[in-house]
Design a protein around this ligand. Structure first.
Ligand code: PMP
Length: 392
């Protein structure tokens, strides 16, 4: 097995053999050589239908020709300049218009976007504390973990939110509108409305982390009708290349240097290569029928539900919850049970040519490249296997 050989070398130079922890699984991860549409191939020649999609960016599948051409053209004409380009303006305008942002700043990763949005919230409010949701993930910086300045409350708990914010100590409440890093958990009716109301009332900025959901459930952001103060984007807007952004209301964004005094900069920010990929992707996505993606996601959810699990789903993203109760926050999740089930499900799915994330806490993603045939075959196999494991 070539993957095994490569992993033995990789483990000597990369911690755990990988460059992001979620990529590791026992006994060693398959090394991937090639991807086309909804499928990927490993270095040993095995094919998989891909429901990881690089953890969200690849809503158009792998190796999209139009995106590839745009990247190739850009690379021949110079990859970066440390100066503005017309393309970054075009992409910025498309994103601002559809995500309902007055202004935005491009950065390179989702974690960078949330980090700077949170720093900016501290700068403008002159408060230090950050409130977040238990199980919410915003990147690996210190604001993502409970500590001196960071506190967590349950998702969908309006009362806890109100109680915390009423101290008037919080610079920001950061929240994914649909939780996507503990499986999928949907906001209940009225919850995001409460988020808007209480943050406003107590002088806290409402930061909507749409790194996963932005341009996934529709061509825009999920939380636009709640009018968040700041929004973070990543993944899909880069068309498979590293690109992210934070943006929002002008009164906050105008503080960013050189317009104002808030320090934030980046050598690779708005990198022309990433912008070319993002612009190509957005032009294609703008014309796509998200109803089709919703239909495929619904079919997938319906099949998985036959196994007896609870499925939480939004357009293009879904996950199974191993509970008879409706899952409305992370505290309800029995992580040991989920991991036990996954330890049996994941190897089976790999050997069946289905690539799902090695962790049950990740979301299953569906792209415009997936077909009804893929979904039916793969979800039937998973559903039957889960039925054998679940409750045994
Ligand atoms: N926010 C959310 C909601 C995410 O899901 C992620 C990554 N999965 C991030 C932020 C961090 O993005 P990145 O990995 O690009 O730094």
């Amino acid at each position: 097995m070539r993957s095994e050989k490569l992993f033995k070398k990789a483990i000597k130079i990369f911690p755990g053999g990988v460059n992001s922890p979620v990529r590791f699984y026992q006994p060693y991860p398959r090394f991937i050589k090639y991807g086309k549409g909804q499928r990927i191939w490993d270095v040993d020649g095995n094919a998989y239908t891909d429901y990881v999609l690089a953890y969200g960016p690849l809503i158009l599948g792998h190796g999209n020709k139009t995106i590839a051409k745009a990247i190739a053209k850009r690379s021949e004409e110079g990859t970066m300049f440390g100066a503005p380009t017309e393309e970054e303006l075009k992409l910025g305008e498309i994103i601002a218009r559809n995500a309902n942002l007055d202004m935005l700043r491009f950065v390179n990763s989702g974690g960078e976007a949330t980090y700077h949005a949170l720093r900016l919230s501290r700068f403008v409010t002159k408060r230090k504390k950050i409130l977040k949701v238990k199980g919410g993930y915003h990147g690996t910086h210190d604001f993502n973990y409970p500590g001196e300045f960071v506190k967590e409350i349950d998702f969908n708990d309006s009362q806890a939110l109100k109680d915390e914010l009423s101290s008037r100590e919080y610079a920001a409440f950061i929240i994914e509108p649909i939780m996507g890093n503990v499986g999928v958990i949907l906001p209940e009716q009225g919850y995001l409305q409460d988020v808007r109301e209480y943050t406003e009332k107590f002088g806290t900025l409402y930061i909507s982390d749409e790194v996963i959901t932005g341009f996934r459930t529709k061509f825009g952001i999920y939380s636009d009708k709640y009018e968040p103060d700041l929004v973070t984007l990543g993944k899909i807007i880069g068309g498979g290349a590293p690109l992210a952004a934070y943006g929002g209301r002008e009164e906050f964004m105008k503080n960013v240097r050189p317009a104002g005094e808030f320090r934030q900069a980046g050598t690779y920010a708005g990198n022309p290569l990433s912008v070319s990929a993002g612009l190509a992707a957005m032009k294609i996505l703008q014309k796509k029928d998200y109803g089709k993606l919703n239909y495929l996601s619904n079919v997938a959810a319906g099949i998985l539900e036959k196994s007896g699990v609870t499925v939480n789903m939004a357009t293009g993203m879904l996950s199974m919850h191993f509970s008879d109760d409706k899952i409305r926050n992370y505290s309800q999740i029995d992580t040991r049970l989920y991991n036990d089930i996954w330890a049996k499900l994941f190897p089976y799915s790999l050997s069946s040519g289905i690539f799902i994330a090695p962790s049950p806490e990740e979301t299953m993603f569906i792209s415009f490249s997936h077909t009804l045939k893929d979904i039916t075959r793969d979800m039937e196999l998973i559903s039957r296997r889960v039925e054998e494991i679940w409750k045994k």
